[in-house]
Ligand binder design. Structure first.
Ligand code: UTP
Length: 224
């Protein structure tokens, strides 16, 4: 199978612990034995801190996004360092470079691409463009809920849902400032238009990714 994994910066690089990166590297090497694997890393807290500093300096939003992208690429570089020789040596800067890098048979790790979106959208477009069989979104919650479970204790988790339901949930969540959306709207729309089989799962434990690939663990499965 061809698999794209989106790893939230908040789970991978919360405190820049080498152990966390190594844990991720082992899980990704495990799934790469039988699959071709592309990873998209998020920026996490460091990206938010840098963006806040840039805003404080009067930078426009696109400039803030470019700064965020740099941070996602730094996390990609750390993961490449943890993976060693099995990873493609550089984070590709765009989808075409990523697809070419994938032809080497190495694990490809990249960050953001363009302002106005997040790495969720990058992973969805990459999955579309590389013809991936599965998109995994490793995040800080264990699936998609009817509303933000960190804010609403009555929120219910979906075991499975359609891309259309995902779009409706994301639109509802994104309306609330500061809410934790399971994915961004652009990603949800791309998942819908290409019917990309997607699993949203808890990325705090990288073994969950290995289990999801072998069908043992599932957060929320999104498919038509
Ligand atoms: P993330 O994808 O990490 O954002 O990108 P996020 O969803 O807020 O964070 P986590 O990692 O899941 O907690 C960080 C920032 O980088 C910019 C955006 O400003 C984004 O908020 N970015 C990222 C882009 O502008 N374009 C991209 O393609 C990716």
């Amino acid at each position: 199978m061809k698999i794209v994994v989106s790893v939230g910066g908040s789970v991978l690089a919360r405190d820049l612990s080498p152990e966390k990166f190594k844990g991720y590297a082992s899980a990704l090497i495990e799934i790469s034995k039988k699959n071709s694997v592309f990873i998209v890393t998020g920026g996490g807290r460091a990206a938010r801190d840098y963006i806040q500093a840039a805003r404080g300096l009067g930078a426009d939003e696109a400039t803030c996004d470019f700064i965020g992208i740099e941070l996602t690429r730094l996390n990609a570089r750390l993961l490449i360092a943890a993976l060693g020789g099995v990873a493609y040596h550089e984070p590709p800067l765009n989808y075409k470079e990523a697809r070419s890098a994938g032809l080497t048979g190495k694990i490809v790790v990249m960050g953001g691409v363009t302002p106005g979106q997040t790495t969720d959208a990058v992973s969805a477009v990459l999955a579309e463009y590389t013809g991936a069989d599965l998109l995994i979104n490793a995040t800080s919650i264990d699936g998609v809920y009817t509303s933000d479970p960190k804010k609403n204790k009555d929120a219910r988790k979906f075991d499975c849902m359609t891309p259309r339901q995902l779009i409706e949930i994301v639109m509802k969540t994104e309306m609330v400032a500061g809410a934790n959306s399971p994915t961004d709207l652009l990603a949800a729309k791309i998942i819908e238009r290409s019917n990309i089989r997607t699993i949203v799962l808890n990325g705090e434990e990288p073994q969950n990714i290995v289990d999801a690939v072998s069908g043992k663990y599932c957060g929320t499965v999104i498919e038509k």
